[in-house]
Every structure is written in structure tokens, then in C-alpha cells.
Design a protein around this ligand. Structure first.
Ligand SMILES: Nc1ncnc2c1ncn2[C@@H]1O[C@H](COP(=O)(O)OP(=O)(O)OP(=O)(O)O)[C@@H](O)[C@H]1O
Length: 450
């Protein structure tokens, strides 16, 4: 259940502002479960009251979306001061964020690695889509400031960039506990810079970063357009590079595709190695799910892993979210995960492509949808109220079943196959212009598959 809370936090991080998230949601810790209630802990009364007032409904919704609608959430005050956690499924690797975003307090300029220890090379599944980035990251971790400096890792949302970036840091530290490794999101770098500028602590800021052996910056694209941050990062980069220290950055785009990124930074990012991560194929998705299930002690049958992997999503974070949801339902109900359970729990997310749909099912479903009789669908009546549903039904039969044109014609009151071809072509053409029709067809298709 702790994973449910971490996933809920991760979901909230996507919808709240960075400041709101780090101030109010990030400090809330998982404290256990009681019956159908998730117990959470706030570090103090002030945070608990504020979260209760403003964020509890959101928290509840987020937790319920991952478990079931009867789940409750109780927010307590921590009995003893909380320890900083390393465990997070989102980017909460920034130990000092809570203090830094407090506008009344100067930024504490101190060194803290605070890497997420779950993100290692051992827990990263290597497949065709991420092989290159994985090899580059390992090479850098084993030989920092060697051939590939800087290393620039780019790829789409949730494909493992942060995981690889953190794995480099963890590996360097595993080899040398004294290595000065610094993991920052570019947003945190910027916040700290702003704070230091405000409280005239720029010397401390510069000393801190320029002392590092390994600088890991996540989501560098966010500094684009921020002049002062880019300038400061540029000097940090040069200082580290010149003293043969390793720099690794991640981004959602290739350097030259980041709008607002200064030319001098762009060219520096291209000095070293640029490695991309592509969306995983089905086999890699299955392997990632298996590994995650194994690490989290979730019994995941192969057919369920395949079912999850066959979903359209290539975002690994989303796949993990589905697995966490299944794990939570399984532990709450005491039932093993099965394909039927997965279909039921994830029915709003995954369209089951394996379900067989027949011409008769489509006729009945479309007739019900338009409130007409199946006999009218099959008839030759030409009123508009019947012609459109009939063409849609024929189109769906051709699209969703293996029936041939003559088969479909037979089942629609013995129509000629050329009439069926005409209907299918007509709908195909209309679909490119008529969004309402497109929506209707998508709704019917989803309904038939659920
Ligand atoms: N190949 C992989 N093997 C194991 N876990 C993976 C893999 N790829 C991604 N993950 C997991 O998927 C989740 C999302 O990955 P991560 O946060 O690293 O993505 P990202 O590319 O940095 O996303 P964003 O674009 O949001 O910054 C993490 O929990 C990570 O551990």
C-alpha cells in the first residue's frame, strides 16, 4: 500500500504546481492501513490542517483511482519527526525543497545527495528501445569524465530518463562513498539560484556546484528561456568540465529542438554523447512489469503482464501505475491477480483487443444505442434516422469482425455486397470531416469491447 501512496503523490505532482506539491503533499508519509483506510502522516499540525482543508478531497480521489471507490484516507500527525525518505516513484529526490520554496527563509546551501536508491542499473530493464542510453549511462558511471562528457539523455515522458540518471549517481557512490554527487531537477537548480540571488549567497551557490564530482540535472529543458539560470548553469558547466568532472543531463527533446535554449549551451550539450530512449516494445514492457512485480512482491501471471503490455501506453510510469493498482486491489480483497480481475479493474484504461465481437452483437448494440429495432437496421427503409445507424453498424462489422462484404450483406437482410462496400466507404470518408460521427463510432467501439 505504500506504493499506492507514492503513486498517488506522483499523480498529484502532475496536477499541482511544483511549489504546492513540495510544500503540502511531498511531506505526507504513508503510515499504514486500517481496514479500508489508508493512514497518512503529516509532519506537524500546521501541515495537517492545511492539507485537510485544501487537499484532502484531491488526495482521496487520487487514492481511490488507484484502489477502489470505498477507500478512505485518514491524516494523522507524525508521532516522531519524520526521516527523509529515499523511496519515491516521482522526482522527489530533492531533499531541501521544502525549505527552499519558503519565500521567508534563505536557501540552505548545503550538500545532500538524496538519490532515490530504487533507481539502479539492477532495477532497470534493458531492451531494444533503451539499449543505447543504458550502455552510455553505464559507461559514464564506470568511467566518469571519460569519453562521454557531457552525457545528454533524451526521450519521451516516463521512459526511464530519471531512472538512468539516478542509476549513474548510485553506481558512482557505490564505488566511492566519498564522491560528491549532486542530483538536481533543473527547476530545483533554478529555485535555489533565485533564493541565493535574493539572499546574496551566490558565492555559496557557486562553490557548492563547482565542487561536485558528478552533476546530474534532470529535465534540463525547463531552463530554456530562463536567462539568469542558463547563464549560471553555463558557468557551472564550464567550471566542472574544465576540472574534468562528469555532467549528465536529461531532457524530453534533442538539444536543437529545445526552444529558448541558448546556443552556447546547446553546443556544449553536443560536445559529448547524446543518447535517446525510445518507447518500449511489448516484450520490454512485459519484462519491466515482471521485474517491478517481483521487486514489489506482486504475483503477476504472464497473461496479465501481456494484457497490461498490450495497452496502448508506452509510458512506463503509467504501466507501473496499472500494476500498483492491481497489487492494491489484490491485497485489499485477498484475491490473486487474474486476467478477469485485470480486465475489470482496468476497464476504463485498457481496451481489450482480444475480445471477439460478432455481427449480431454489433447490430444489437448499435440498435440499442440509437433506440431503433435490429429489424429496422436490416431493412431497406431509407429514412435518415435509419440510414446513418445502418451505415455505422455496417462499418463497425467490417472493422471489428472478420466477416466479408457478402457475409455482412447477408446478415443485413440480404443486401448486395456493393451496397455494403458503399456504406463502408461513405463512413470512411465522413470520418475525416465529421468529428461527431468519429466520437460516436469510438464510443460504440469501446462499448462493444468492454
Ligand atoms: N527500462 C526500465 N526498467 C525499469 N523501470 C523503468 C524502465 N523505464 C522506466 N522505468 C520506470 O518507469 C517510471 C518512470 O521512469 P522515469 O521517471 O525515469 O521516466 P522519465 O523519462 O524521467 O519521465 P519524465 O518524462 O516524466 O521525466 C520509473 O518508476 C522507472 O523506474
Amino acid at each position: 500500500m505504500e506504493d499506492v501512496w507514492l503513486q498517488a503523490q506522483s499523480n498529484l505532482a502532475k496536477v499541482l504546481t511544483h511549489q504546492t506539491y513540495t510544500t503540502w503533499i511531498e511531506p505526507i508519509r504513508f503510515a499504514g492501513t486500517r481496514n479500508n483506510t489508508l493512514l497518512l502522516e503529516a509532519p506537524n499540525l500546521f501541515i495537517r490542517e492545511r492539507v485537510r482543508e485544501s487537499y484532502l478531497p484531491m488526495i482521496l480521489e487520487s487514492v481511490r483511482s488507484l484502489t477502489d471507490s470505498h477507500f478512505q484516507v485518514e491524516l494523522q500527525i507524525a508521532a516522531k519527526p519524520q526521516e527523509k525518505t529515499h523511496k519515491s516513484s516521482r522526482k522527489t529526490n530533492s531533499g531541501n525543497e521544502l525549505q527552499e520554496v519558503d519565500p521567508e527563509k534563505p536557501a540552505p546551501v548545503e550538500f545532500s545527495t538524496n538519490l532515490n536508491t530504487k533507481y539502479t542499473f539492477e532495477t532497470f530493464v534493458c531492451g531494444g528501445s533503451n539499449q543505447f542510453a543504458h550502455a552510455a549511462a553505464q559507461s559514464v558511471a564506470n568511467n566518469p569524465a571519460g569519453k562521454y562528457n557531457p552525457l545528454f539523455i533524451y526521450g519521451g515522458v516516463g521512459l526511464g530518463k530519471t531512472h538512468l540518471l539516478t542509476a549513474i549517481g548510485n553506481q558512482v557512490l557505490a564505488k566511492n562513498r566519498k564522491a560528491r554527487v549532486c542530483f538536481y531537477t533543473s527547476e530545483k537548480f533554478m529555485n535555489e539560484l533565485i533564493n541565493c540571488l535574493r539572499y546574496q549567497k551566490m558565492d555559496q551557490f557557486r562553490n557548492k556546484f563547482r565542487k561536485m564530482d558528478l552533476l546530474l540535472i534532470d529535465d534540463i529543458q525547463f531552463i530554456a528561456g530562463k536567462e539568469r539560470t542558463q547563464e549560471e548553469f553555463f558557468h557551472t558547466f564550464n567550471a566542472l568540465y574544465e576540472s574534468h568532472k562528469q555532467i549528465v543531463v536529461t531532457s524530453d527533446k534533442f538539444p536543437k529542438d529545445i526552444p529558448g535554449l541558448e546556443e552556447r549551451l546547446r553546443s556544449r550539450f553536443e560536445w559529448g554523447l547524446i543518447a535517446d530512449i525510445q518507447p518500449p516494445d511489448t516484450e520490454t514492457k512485459v519484462a519491466i512489469l515482471r521485474k517491478k512485480a517481483e521487486n514489489d512482491g506482486i504475483l503477476l501471471p504472464d497473461e496479465v503482464a501481456l494484457f497490461l503490455a498490450s495497452s496502448a501506453s508506452t509510458n512506463v510510469r503509467e504501466l507501473e501505475g496499472m500494476l500498483i493498482r492491481l497489487g492494491a486491489v489484490s491485497s485489499l480483497t485477498g484475491k490473486n491477480i487474474t486476467l478477469d480481475m485485470a480486465r475489470e479493474v482496468l476497464k476504463d484504461i485498457i481496451v481489450d483487443k482480444t475480445k471477439e465481437v460478432s455481427v449480431e452483437m454489433i447490430q444489437k448494440y448499435v440498435a440499442d444505442h440509437f433506440n431503433i429495432k435490429v429489424a429496422d437496421l436490416k431493412s431497406d427503409k431509407r429514412t435518415k434516422a435509419l440510414v446513418v445507424p445502418r451505415q455505422i453498424a455496417i462499418y463497425l462489422c467490417r472493422d471489428m469482425t472478420k466477416a466479408s462484404y457478402p457475409d455482412i450483406g447477408d446478415k443485413f437482410g440480404g443486401k448486395d455486397h456493393s451496397t455494403i462496400i458503399h456504406s463502408v466507404k461513405k463512413v470512411d470518408k465522413l470520418l475525416t470531416q465529421d468529428f461527431e460521427l468519429k466520437n460516436t463510432i469510438e464510443t460504440l467501439r469501446k462499448g462493444l469491447l468492454s
